[in-house]
Design a protein around this ligand. Sequence first.
Ligand SMILES: O=C(O)[C@H](O)[C@@H](O)[C@H](O)[C@H](O)COP(=O)(O)O
Length: 250
Amino acid sequence: MPTVPDNAHLDARIDWRSADDAAHWIQTAVDTIAGALARDLDAQPRALLLLSGGGTPGPVHRALADVALDWSRVDVSLVDDRWVPADDAASNARLARETLLHGRAAAARFLPLVPAIDPAEDTADAMTAAVDAANARWREQGLVPAIAVLGMGDDGHTASLFPGARGVDHALATPLPYAAIDAHGCPGAGTLPLRISLTAAGLAAARQRLLLLRGDTKREVLARAAAPGPVAQYPVRAAFADTLDVLWCA
Ligand SMILES: O=C(O)[C@H](O)[C@@H](O)[C@H](O)[C@H](O)COP(=O)(O)O
């Protein structure tokens, strides 16, 4: 079992777990997420699950879909999404629908962040309206997320909080759960710079945060981020609220 990296001055608030192999990593992630949902479903009528996008979480979502939960009482929403149509290959809503929302989990209620995009509408206005709607829904739904499942880029971003992106300073300071991000010029955002993202407050609001990491590069980036420093330098630091569960595998 790989041990916690000896070069990692991990903050006491990081609960680091590493898995021997991908199968163990997936099952541990599924058990953690399902446990968080079951805990909330035991205590209240509904539970809220927040998912990220990217290339890491798909296998976990697929395995999670088979878990025997009362999925009809689960709301699934997103940590962040790209400002693309819901059927776009880059859409995190599409990723959630394709990897989680089938089988047993098809009974869950999905709450997207990005509405149908009207090309005739001013993009900035449309994104502002979508963020306002996501924040209003969060307030009206009154649900504390049972768990936010996070990823991290090699630049130390999580959600869509890219270092140096327009809107990140606001997202790290606002008490609202979602914000619009313009990551033009941020390599980590690739060709998808316009985002709606959980803010630092949104990340902190979740009862639990699970950061799923694969590979040595991400382990090293997290170790650097775990050292003291400004959140804006490594925005994954915004997820260090209270406790951050990290699950890593080579
Ligand atoms: O919309 C997104 O891209 C994600 O929410 C983002 O925060 C992702 O978790 C990281 O970029 C890591 O992505 P990988 O899993 O592809 O490394």
